[in-house]
Design a protein. Structure first.
Ligand code: ZN
Lengths: 419, 607
């Protein structure tokens, strides 16, 4: 095989460069977040930045290994890898170690591995494999339900590990399905449901329903000549009213108090800065105090002195915001936007349907993480713990994101060989 | 390949969503990083701790450079209840050496004061424990150690002079923004009047702390820190040894001694009895002891030397004589006869040969003689009315700094009283009072009031033959190793120097002549001059007064002694004054027969 002897050929260096830049920014931020005078060596394995350096180097090795693997391997073994990962997710529920309230870790020596991180690329492979099969049509309910099943199983298993954030990631595949022919109405329905969801929590359900009734009356009046449309409108009213009532009930009776308060903080109903609002408040202080150019490398006081919780994992963006200011924050956001757009462009140029769908899966997963993580640190979204890809501290997530991305780079490098 | 193209333009929706998200984030960042500055302030509140550096208060040395006041560092354990979080109470109690119940009580007390502000949890930890506790304190968020300086007194004397310090009161904070809650300020004595000199200047250290309130170094490498400047030392005029001896002599007596070096106005000793041990008003015991002292019926906190006002009694005859001589209605040769104990309008205290000359009248303290002197001053034809001659008399008397304050370096001081003519106009009616009406002034009674300090100053004026330096307590201030001597104003009386000699001759006869009222206390090695006084006290036994200076030529010490409820001036005040003069001039001297008698006398609770 040609590519085995020359792995650099046909590789998209834009993606690789952006990847390297992000990993570097991530490492610098982790170093800044935990830096103190006593631990100056960058290879100090007792410190997070020392460990992260090990993760980065091993990620490079993984990336090389993927680039050396035969392209056919990924599509041929998509389902076996997926099945294997599901077993891992079940196993971690039984044998796993609980860290920070989530039973999602396998202890390996002094490190821990998190199968839920790896489940993402495995699921992406399975989705790509299934959707690229010949008799697939997402206009048919059967196809939609089957692809949904592939997504729901890992999501449910991860939810059982009490890792809500990672479970929600699978909802991002809606974009993949949309690109592959899911009717546009579905996206609209989802959008409306989210709006109603927020309204149901923000104001009393009675008022939401009253508003819906009013809207329906107006619409029914406008379409008074069409009996069928009127019936559909009334049906929609009944369904959405039930939905609003259900959301409100579920919020009050099914969610645990800490989850309730997190949502309340976001909706502006809870201003207790010592309680659930503390994280977001401190995060905003750190970023906000960065100003235009930031406080400079290693001069971030809020992050360095641990005012921001989880500052090298989920809140890594705070360090960027505090030490590098508006300029640095915009740079990181631009990198993500560039990476995602580049991935879409590359996906669209794939001849193989499998590669294209896989590429969109990468976009969906990375976009979800990017959007939710930054929105959370900027106080625009509830605090649900998911890492910022390539920047956050953590071996499992860095490895998993590296694999996710480099499988696509490999697939892309081989696009011309596919007929 | 056909299906691929089918939905290709849906990528536009995807790209649109991604760019939109990026824009929302940019706008949000623009708002929180560039527009809203609330977060910048919150960041400072999070991290910066402004720590006051308290300077060491200046020390106090006596005239022989003997240390009288110094500082000792004490450590208070402070607590901010809100920050106390998940601590191991048992370990903490063990560390501090208190029981769990005490811990609970102290926490409740602190919380009642404030949850957000620090208050004292445990006062004055010993220096040894401090090091040990400080090391472990990081385990107990909400607690920290605050340094304080305590005043220490090597010998328990001069409480009234030195004064004490205490926490600033709200009005004091309002009056001067330098002070903050919890600062110390001089409350009385020199601590008060020299507060700004000896307090130094507070410094400020800006420290960074982490989320657990652990120190993380200086903010900006200490660029904005200011160093505390230690207070200046005071070199005071007091002779500690003389002061201690005076306090010893005055124990179990009520009254006061003031000794002045006439040539400088320096106060050598200033005793108010009963007094108190200044060590009682330090630190954690201060408020308890203060309450005890302030409710004591003997008023140990009351500084009699500056605040008690007595009629001068017979000692005022010296001023009568000087004013008479200056007004030329009296010469040293002027003689008046005396009818003894039956004399009118003022009777004499005893029978004696008659008539007497001026020096003899001083020696024997003859009342009718000085009534005649006073009468000739007031009834002088030179003046058109009694009021006019009285005003002149009053001005001459007040040139001895009677009836007014010195405005010197003591925080409190009474002016005494030399009645102004309006007082008599009001009391007797305008122009309807004569020398006869106010005759008791001639023997230092009536409305005349003086403080012990004023009496000592009158003595110093006589010793100086007509002038005085404003009596004061501080001779010099030590500023950064240099000693800066303070200059004090010299003032002249309106009586010419030459008129003092006959009066001084009379005062020396008080010790030396056969009828001298202090003849029992004479000392062959020092030529002393004095004058007794007995002040009628409507509330009990008469007060005993004695003025003296020595030696007669080139005087080194002028002294006033008042012993309340002690009877004749010659009984207690004269021997005490004599002993003080001996002590100051001779240092070591053969104890005269009356020293032990004085030491053993208890006039407060005699038994
Ligand atoms: Zn007589």
């Amino acid at each position: 095989m040609k590519s085995r002897t020359n792995i650099g050929k046909n590789i998209d260096w834009w993606l690789v460069t952006i990847y390297l830049a992000m990993v570097l920014i991530g490492w610098i931020s982790i170093y800044a977040a935990v830096y103190d005078e006593d631990h100056k060596s960058i290879l100090d394995l007792s410190q997070n930045y020392g460990k992260q350096l090990v993760w980065i180097i091993t990620s490079f090795v993984l990336a090389m290994m993927i680039l050396l693997t035969d392209t056919k391997f990924f599509s041929a073994f998509a389902f076996p890898i997926y099945i294997l990962m599901l077993f891992m997710l079940v196993a971690v529920l039984i044998f796993g170690k609980e860290i920070g309230g989530s039973r999602s870790w396998f202890p390996i020596g002094q490190f821990s591995l998190q199968p839920s991180e790896f489940a993402k690329f495995a699921t992406n492979l399975a989705v790509a494999k299934y959707l690229s099969s010949l008799n697939m049509d997402l206009k048919k309910l059967k196809s939609v339900l089957r692809s949904a099943l592939i997504l729901v199983i890992p999501s449910l298993l991860i939810f059982l590990q009490n890792d809500t954030g990672s479970a929600l990631v699978y909802s991002s595949f809606i974009f993949v399905l949309y690109r592959e022919g899911l009717p546009g109405e579905v996206l609209i329905i989802i959008f409306v449901s989210i709006v109603l969801f927020i309204l149901a929590l923000l104001v009393k359900p009675v008022w939401v329903i009253a508003g819906l009734v009013l809207l329906t009356v107006v619409l029914v009046y406008l379409s008074r000549r069409n009996i069928r449309n009127m019936a559909i409108l009334v049906l929609i009213l009944i369904i959405s009213s039930a939905y609003v009532e259900g959301v409100s009930y579920g919020f009050r009776h099914l969610l645990e108090p800490h989850q309730q308060s997190r949502i309340n903080v976001l909706l502006g109903k809870d201003t207790n800065l010592q309680g659930a609002g503390y994280n977001v408040h401190q995060s905003l202080i750190a970023i906000g105090s960065g100003g235009f150019t930031g406080k400079g490398f290693l001069n971030g006081t809020q992050t360095k002195f641990n005012f921001v919780p989880a500052q090298s994992t989920d809140f890594i963006f705070c360090t960027v915001g505090e030490e590098w200011g508006f300029i640095g924050s915009i740079a990181v956001i631009s990198l993500f936007v560039a990476l995602l757009i580049r991935l879409i462009i590359l996906s669209e140029r794939q001849r193989s349907q499998f590669s294209r769908i896989y590429g969109y899966g990468v976009v969906s997963i990375l976009f979800f993480h990017f959007m939710v993580n930054i929105a959370m640190t900027l106080g625009l979204f509830p605090v649900i713990g998911i890492p910022l890809p390539f920047l956050s501290y953590g071996g499992s997530s860095l490895w998993a994101f590296t694999i996710l991305l480099f499988i696509f780079i490999k697939l892309d490098s081989y696009r011309l060989n596919v007929l | 390949m056909i299906r691929k193209k089918a939905y290709e333009n849906r990528k536009v929706v995807m790209i649109g969503i991604i760019i939109l998200t990026g824009m929302v984030f940019t706008i949000r960042l623009f708002y929180i990083q560039l527009i809203n500055d609330k977060y910048l302030l919150s960041a400072a509140n999070n991290v910066l701790r402004y720590m006051t550096q308290y300077p060491a208060r200046g020390m106090v040395f006596d005239r022989n450079r003997k240390l009288m006041v110094y500082n000792e560092t004490a450590y208070d354990l402070m607590v901010t209840p809100r920050l106390v979080h998940k601590i191991d109470t048992l370990e903490f109690c063990h560390l501090i050496g208190i029981t769990r119940d005490e811990f609970k009580k102290k926490m409740i007390r602190a919380r009642n004061y404030s949850s957000y502000r620090a208050s004292v949890f445990e006062e004055q930890i010993s220096k040894e424990n401090y090091g040990y506790i400080e090391e472990k304190l990081f385990k107990f968020p909400g607690f920290y150690v605050q340094q304080r300086t305590l005043r220490k007194y090597p010998s328990p004397i001069a409480g009234h002079i030195l004064g004490y310090i205490g926490e600033v009161s709200p009005p004091e904070i309002e009056a001067n923004p330098y002070y903050k809650q919890g600062d110390y300020i001089g409350k009385s004595g020199l601590e008060k009047s020299y507060e700004e000199v000896i307090r130094g200047k507070k410094g400020l250290k800006i420290k960074m702390v982490d989320v657990f309130n652990r120190e993380k170094g200086n903010y900006m490498e200490g660029k904005y820190d200011t160093v505390a400047i230690p207070g200046n030392d005071l070199y005071i005029t007091i002779d500690a040894e003389l002061q201690a001896y005076g306090e010893l002599l005055m124990q179990n007596k009520r009254g006061s001694i003031v000794a002045i070096e006439p040539s400088t106005g320096e106060i050598l000793a200033m005793i108010s009895s009963p007094t108190y041990d200044p060590n009682l008003l330090i630190g954690r015991v201060r408020s308890k002891n203060y309450n005890m002292l302030s409710t004591d019926t003997l008023k140990p906190l009351f500084n009699r030397a500056l605040l008690a006002q007595y009629p001068p009694g017979s000692t005022f005859k010296l001023v009568d004589a000087l004013v008479g001589l200056q007004e030329e209605v009296l010469t040293p040769e002027t003689r008046y006869s005396c009818g003894g104990v039956g004399a009118t309008p003022i009777k004499c205290s005893h029978n004696h040969y008659s008539p007497l000359s001026l020096v003899e009248a001083i020696e024997q303290s003859c009342n009718p003689y000085f009534w005649n002197v006073f009468r000739t001053i007031i009834d002088n034809r030179k003046y058109r009315s009694t009021t006019e001659s009285y005003i002149n008399w009053r001005e001459l008397v007040m040139s001895f700094n009677l009836g007014k304050t010195f405005n010197t370096d003591m925080p409190v001081e009474k002016s005494g009283n030399v009645p102004d003519p309006a007082y008599y106009d009001k009391y007797f009616g305008k122009n309807s009072w004569r020398s006869m009406t106010i005759r008791s002034l001639s023997i230092g009674q009536g409305e005349l009031l003086v403080t012990p300090l004023q009496l000592a100053n009158v003595t110093a004026i006589i010793a100086n033959r007509g002038f005085y330096y404003v009596p004061h307590l501080v001779r010099a201030i030590g500023i950064e190793g240099r000693i800066e001597v303070k200059n004090w104003e010299r003032k002249n009386t309106r009586v010419s120097s030459k008129f003092f000699y006959p009066v001084i001759d009379g005062m020396s006869r008080v010790f030396d002549a056969g009828h001298g009222t202090a003849r029992y206390y004479r000392n062959d090695s020092i030529q002393m001059c004095g004058k007794t006084g007995t002040v009628q006290n409507p509330h009990g036994k008469d007060h005993s007064i004695f003025l003296a200076f020595a030696p007669k030529d080139n005087p080194k010490i002028a002294i006033s002694v008042i012993v309340e409820n002690a009877g004749f001036g010659s009984t207690y005040a004269a021997p005490i004054a004599t002993l003080m003069i001996n002590k100051y001039i001779l240092r070591e001297f053969e104890k005269p027969w009356f020293e032990e008698k004085i030491l053993n006398t208890n006039l407060i609770s005699p038994n």
